[in-house]
Design a protein around this ligand. Sequence first.
Ligand SMILES: Cc1cc2nc3c(=O)[nH]c(=O)nc-3n(C[C@H](O)[C@H](O)[C@H](O)COP(=O)(O)O)c2cc1C
Length: 724
Amino acid sequence: MTLSFWRYSHLTLAVFSAVFLILASVTGTILAVDAIQQKIPAHKVENFEDITLAKSLTTLRKSYPEITELSIDHNQFVTLQAIDNDGNDVNGYINPATGKIIGTPTKKSDFINWITALHRSLFLHETGRIFIGINSFLLVLIAVSGFALVINRQRGLRNFFSKIIKEYFAQYYHVLLGRLALIPILIIALSGTYLSMERFHLFENKNPTENRETTSTKKTFDLKNTPLSEITKIEFPFSDDPEDYYIFELKDRKIEVNQYSNEIISEELFPASVLLADLSLDLHTGRANSIWAFILGLASLNILFFIYSGFAMTLKRRASRIKNKFKAEESQYILLVGSENGSSLRFANAILKQLNDQGKKAHLAQLNNYTTYPKAEHLLIFTSTYGLGDAPSNAGKFVSLLEKNNQEQQINYSVIGFGSQSYPDFCGYAKEIDSLLQTKNWANRFLELQTVNDKSAEEFVNWVKLWGTKTEIPLTTTPSLYNHIPKGLEQLMVLEKTSVSANEQTFLLTLRAGIRSKFTSGDLLAIYPANDNRERLYSIANNNGNIQLAVKLHPSGLGSEFLNNLEAGKTIKARIINNHAFHFPKKVSRVALISNGTGIAPFLGMLAQNKKKTEIHLYSGFRQKTEITALYEKFASEMMQKQQLKRFEIAYSREENHHYVMDLIQMDADFFANLLKENGIIMICGALAMQFDVEKVLNTICLAKNNTTLAEYKSKGQILTDCY
Ligand SMILES: Cc1cc2nc3c(=O)[nH]c(=O)nc-3n(C[C@H](O)[C@H](O)[C@H](O)COP(=O)(O)O)c2cc1C
């Protein structure tokens, strides 16, 4: 079944039963604590399992002239109702081996009785119980649909307990705790459903005498070999008359026994429904076992967390999803988007909304979902560029889909490229699409390719004006409408900043992280220097819990100038992006870290955090020796002393004997070939051009020494990159 089926079922059921689940979980947690507390003080005697019925009855008969009843509860506390030798009424916990009174039963507090009634019936008596029963069953369905969703996410039952990819807090812990709490929650829900149904006598035996048999052949009850632990209740004979019997209640039956001969007079087996109800009570309340009661308490708390995290996930998903009023096949305007981080999608959404508001049938989709559009008159393509002129991740299949899907009618197209002029291949992917469409006989270029540098709303408006004028559709041309300043940024305080000088253009910046921010080396810090659309990303290190970044000052560079103007004590607004694809691997014995320039930043943190002493080899390239590179060398030798770094190889491209980091790799070809062969990992951080050169060298080494390509190791996740 499809993912959306399970997702919608899971969500709809959760929405319907959220209030109930909150009430049931809070009260359930309190009752679980009460179940644990009931076992303290313990009135269970030592070696209880070894006490036989015969031994206990003989002792009790001697100590008490008149006994009415003896009962043994799920805690194995024994309660006696009797009259003692002094004629006093006895109603207390006893030691069944000695007959001594060891405690007095206490009544449940009014508060616990109140909570129990709320948990069972919401104070609505029978109606409440029906409602609770239905909701318990909904919880069964929620657990089942949740199970299906985890299988879907983990790509099969076999990977059920494999690593979960962390996208954000609510998603990660919803799945992680969901896997752990699945079984207890399923048991709570099933037993709760059964107890509610049982209450309405749905499983009751219609003919209660059916299970009762009066024994014709004489059988005796073996008191000597029956442990007291098998009994739940004993009703003592009223008098010495042989016609007055003992009535023993065991877990599964009730028997009448002659008080002199121990002959079984009658035996009544409890129906399966009663046994099941008893088991359900044990499982649902944790009354029989304090560890299980504790697990139930945790599972109830988990349900509360699932309600919060589940709704947080839904809100997040809804905020970023594509919302279409019209289907693709009925729309005249088709907007296709290629976007990695969502900014190009935001621009496209702003246009979609305006077209829809003006009564135009418009449809927005990802480039990877390109198909035929029978009613389309205009095709608008909004795409960013990644790698070096490559497609963003939701657009990689577009080129082949374009070849497969020819349009029947003539369509006007216009491509808007989003990119950054700091990359050599500015808007390379948009350019590729624009020229490919030109080769299609159904496609008419409506406008020249338009480019937008650095998410500039002003530049985007240039395209809006051109397209709006030519189509005579009035669209907003105010840049501020297309500007997006992310919400929920964190305030970070500058703790330290090294200074730049004529021959040192790189500086290190240390920021104090917020109390609640969770991050690790390799994550990214996004800043918005001009308080507008323009975002700058930096790889960060976790340096003793603080955020550390290495920045190269570029003349009139938006981000680097902004950061360079900061002083200790100042604060900035930023957000930390979890970059899980570039975290230091947990289970690996050997890692090579390769960087150039400021790309060393996350590696400094990874070394400092390497308390497990994983074998790390660091290869770094710089232009020349400076104060900062001296700091790196000092830090590396400290790390080597602590065995947190095995080796530091450094290349200077503008010093005597100049060479590049690729040359270092070439020199250590055998080392790299072995590392990859033995499942080691290579992490690369720095300039994209360096990444491509390094990969070229590594590929040659793999072909020559391992008889395979680098792509093979890439597909196994042994090459991790974060280059810009
Ligand atoms: C790792 C990386 C590589 C990039 N490569 C290019 C590139 O080759 N050419 C380009 O014009 N822009 C490049 N960019 C810039 C993005 O295309 C630009 O920021 C765009 O506005 C992002 O849009 P999106 O948020 O919709 O993905 C790159 C950005 C990153 C982070």
